[in-house]
Design a protein around this ligand. Structure first.
Ligand code: ADP
Ligand code: MG
Length: 329
């Protein structure tokens, strides 16, 4: 069965998910009309997912819908912005209803969790490419930026690191694991949970923040570059999930996964020592939790300290789409 573009939008995308008071006009006109609340700044982020590059070709469509929205929400989280609206550009090889329905369901289930309304988009024929633009609100002047870290600030991450990277190895058949652990790791790759609550809780406390999409070593590197500082991480403090501890190889291999594997979608942020106790109290109320993994230092560069005080060297810091030394995407 073939649907016209208009019917496709009607059937799968319009009138679904949360309806927000600040949407004057959503899907159906030439533009969406949106009201930014007084005193708020608009945070905008766009991400494109290409089949075979950003997700394995065999990824279930519901997981693709989830992930397409999750990566944008993770950017909003990293700025301390509250999610509000999304627009969706879809390039589809054809109208495959067995793909579209679970894709839309995965997307709208996460939209519901975070109160995001889909307010418009574009639909074209082409190789499978999904572009999601996210819009969020943050009280003027309170957004979390990359450039505010100072020597002495503590470095934290939410959740656990490296699971999605090991999940990719499982997806590619490079690692055979017991079913429960394989399901957990694959879930961490396919269904990242954006840390929006943590980002909002960090307003007023964090000096810098970023979301981890290319591995914490590379992404913390962006904070260091923007802030003009260096850092020291204590490798023994890296938060590793039990499945990663069981299957991530020896200690050094597990650390490398946690430091350089992509797709974690956790937050990495810095908190001045004076705010650390307040943050630890707020963090206790978050499902994802957070772990202090090191400290910002004067100078340049990232030092990775083993428990015996010696330093670990990395051959590469993280995934780079145009680089030659990256790990698999
Ligand atoms: P136009 O030709 O004016 O750009 P379209 O025919 O592309 O409009 O889209 C009609 C309406 O449907 C618009 O409101 C547009 O934002 C919305 N829309 C199109 N594709 C999508 C999509 N994939 N998801 C959500 N809304 C969509
Ligand atoms: Mg138009």
């Amino acid at each position: 069965m073939s649907l016209s573009e208009f019917n496709l939008i009607e059937r799968y995308f319009s009138g679904r998910g949360p309806r927000r008071d600040d949407v004057v006009a959503g899907i159906g006109d030439d533009c969406a009309l949106l009201r930014v609340p007084d005193g708020m700044e608009l945070a905008v982020s766009i991400d494109t997912l290409v089949a075979g590059v950003h997700f394995p070709e065999d990824t279930p469509p519901a997981a693709i819908g989830h992930k397409a929205l999750a990566v944008g929400l993770s950017d909003l989280a990293a700025m301390g912005a509250a999610p509000a609206w999304a627009t969706l550009s879809l390039a589809l090889p054809g109208v495959d209803e067995a793909w579209l329905e679970p894709f839309a369901s995965g997307l709208f289930a996460l939209a519901e969790t975070h109160g995001v309304q889909l307010v418009g988009g574009d639909t074209v024929r082409g190789p499978l490419v999904i572009t999601l633009q996210l819009h969020g609100h943050v009280p003027a002047g309170t957004a979390l930026r990359r450039g505010g870290a100072r020597a002495g600030d503590r470095i934290y991450v939410t959740g656990t690191l490296g699971d999605a990277g090991l999940g990719l190895a499982v997806a590619q058949g490079r690692s055979a694991l017991p079913a429960d652990d394989a399901r957990y790791l694959r879930g961490r790759l396919d269904r990242p949970e954006p840390r929006c609550d943590a980002g909002i809780a960090l307003r007023g406390l964090a000096s810098a923040c970023i979301d981890i999409s290319d591995g914490v070593a590379a992404d913390l590197g962006h904070i260091l570059a923007a802030s003009g500082t260096g850092a020291r991480l204590e490798l023994a403090r890296l938060p590793l999930s039990p499945p990663l501890r069981r299957h991530g190889g020896d200690e050094a291999q597990a650390w490398r996964l946690a430091l350089t594997a992509g797709d974690d979608y956790e937050l990495c942020f810095t908190v001045p020592a004076a705010h650390a106790a307040a943050w630890e109290r707020r963090s206790a109320g978050l499902a994802c939790g957070s772990t202090c993994i090191g400290v910002i230092e004067a100078g340049e560069g990232l030092r990775l300290q083993r428990p015996d005080g010696s330093l670990l060297a990395l051959s590469h810091a993280g995934y780079d789409h145009f680089g030659t030394a990256g790990t698999a995407p």
